[in-house]
Design a protein around this ligand. Structure first.
Ligand SMILES: [Zn+2]
Length: 365
C-alpha cells in the first residue's frame, strides 16, 4: 500500500483547515503546525511528500534544524539538536504527523548543537540505529576535536558557570527594558541548559561508513555521502535523488558559517562536488529551506573571503587591520543576506571567520 501522504492528508494531519489547501505551495513558510507553534522550538514544514524540514527557532542556546523523512514503515531523522528536551519537542511534532517509529537517526557532524539530543530516540525506540561517517564518529570521542563531541560536554560544564555569572552581571547593569528582558531570557536558558547538560547521557552513533551508503527505506532511496572535508573533517550530506532534496548539515547554512573546525579551501572543493548532484531544495543546518542557488551564494562567500584575506596578507596587513578591511570589503555583498536572523549577524562573526582563514590558509596552522 502506498503510504505516502498527500498534501491534503498532511494538512489535515496537522490540524490546518482543509479550505486552506488550495492556497498552499509545498514550500510556503506558512505551513506551520499549530502544535509546534505552541511548543516553540521548531516549525515543521513539508518539503516533499513525507519529507519535512524542522526549522529551529532562534534561541540563546541554538538548536540545529532537523530533517524528518517519513517512510512506509518508519521514520529517518537527521540531527538531534543541542539537548534532549529539544529532541523530545521534535519527537512530539513527529508523532503528530505519523504513528511510525523512528528507526534511524543520522548525525551530520560532531558539533554540540547537532548531536547532544541523540539519547532521546533510542530511549523512545530501543532499536534506533544512529548513523554517521567514520570520521564524525571519531570526532565525537576524540579530545580537542573542536566544538562538539563527548569531551566538549565536560568543557561546557566547566565554562557554563562563568557564562551564567557574566549574564547575571550584564543583567544587573542593564537599564534598557528590552535588553533586560533579553538577558533574563538568556539567563533562564543558560541555567536550564546547564541542568540538562549535567544529566546528559552521551549517546554515540551505532553504525558508521567511509564515503557513501544508501538506505532503501521501503521504496525511498536515501543516500548518505561524505564528499570531502568542509565545515568539519567528517560532514555527511543526505541526498534524496527522487525528491531532489539535499540535507546539508552546517556545510551550507543561511547564516555566516562557523569556520573554526573547518577547512576553508577544501570546503569550496567539496561544495563543487555537491553542486554536481541533481537537487532543487536544501534543508540547511540553520535557517530556512533554500533553493539550490543558495549553494552558489554561500560558496561565493567562502571564495571571496579567502581571496580577500590572501590579498590583505600579501599587502602586509596585521590581523586587526585585516579584520576591519576584509569585513568592510565584503559587507556590500554579504552583510545584509547574512544578518537575516535575530542572532549571529555578519558583524558579530566576520572577525572570527577572517581570523580562521588567516590561521588555516595563510599560516597553515
Ligand atoms: Zn556545525
Amino acid at each position: 500500500m502506498d503510504m505516502r501522504w498527500t498534501r491534503r492528508q498532511f494538512l489535515v494531519g496537522v490540524g490546518l483547515a482543509a479550505s486552506a489547501v488550495h492556497a498552499m505551495d509545498p514550500f510556503d513558510p506558512s505551513q506551520v503546525s499549530a502544535a509546534d507553534e505552541r511548543k516553540g522550538l521548531f516549525e515543521l514544514k513539508q518539503v516533499a511528500d513525507g519529507v519535512y524540514a524542522a526549522i529551529a527557532r532562534a534561541q540563546y542556546k541554538v538548536n540545529c534544524n532537523a530533517a524528518v523523512i517519513v517512510n512506509e514503515d518508519g521514520v529517518v531523522v537527521v540531527d538531534a539538536h543541542s539537548k534532549p528536551s529539544a529532541a523530545r519537542s521534535l519527537l512530539q511534532g513527529i508523532r503528530e504527523i505519523t504513528p511510525m517509529p523512528v528507526r534511524k537517526l543520522i548525525n551530520t557532524h560532531f558539533h554540540w548543537d547537532h548531536w547532544q539530543g541523540n539519547q532521546v530516540y533510542p530511549e523512545a525506540f530501543p532499536n534506533t540505529e544512529i548513523v554517521t561517517s567514520h570520521v564524525t564518529l571519531d570526532n565525537l570521542t576524540r579530545p580537542n576535536a573542536g566544538l562538539g563531541g563527548v569531551p566538549y560536554i565536560e568543557k561546557q560544564l566547566k565554562d557554563l558557570p562563568q557564562e551564567i555569572a557574566k549574564l547575571k552581571e550584564e543583567l544587573r547593569q542593564a537599564s534598557n527594558p528590552e535588553t533586560k528582558a533579553r538577558l533574563e531570557s538568556d539567563l533562564q536558558q543558560a541555567e536550564a541548559y546547564l541542568l540538562e547538560l549535567k544529566e546528559l547521557k552521551p549517546t554515540l552513533p551505532t553504525v558508521s561508513f567511509a564515503n557513501a551508503v544508501t538506505l532503501y527505506e521501503k521504496g525511498r532511496e536515501i543516500q548518505l555521502l561524505f564528499l570531502g572535508r568542509a565545515h568539519t573533517s567528517g560532514d555527511v550530506f543526505i541526498y534524496l535523488p527522487k525528491e531532489k532534496i539535499l540535507v546539508t548539515g552546517d556545510c551550507i547554512i543561511d547564516w555566516l558559517p562557523f569556520l573554526n573546525d573547518g577547512y576553508p579551501e577544501e570546503w569550496v572543493q567539496t561544495l563543487n562536488e555537491v553542486e554536481k548532484l541533481d537537487f532543487t531544495h536544501m534543508i540547511l543546518g540553520h535557517g530556512e529551506v533554500a533553493p539550490k542557488d543558495h549553494l552558489k551564494f554561500f560558496r561565493g562567500y567562502l571564495i571571496d573571503l579567502i581571496a580577500a584575506v590572501k590579498k590583505a596578507a600579501g599587502e602586509g596587513a596585521t590581523l586587526d587591520e585585516m579584520k576591519k578591511w576584509v569585513a568592510d570589503q565584503l559587507a556590500p555583498q554579504y552583510e545584509q543576506p547574512m544578518s537575516k536572523y535575530p542572532q549571529r549577524h555578519y558583524r558579530d562573526r566576520i572577525g572570527g571567520n577572517i581570523e580562521a582563514v588567516y590561521q588555516k590558509v595563510i599560516q597553515k596552522a
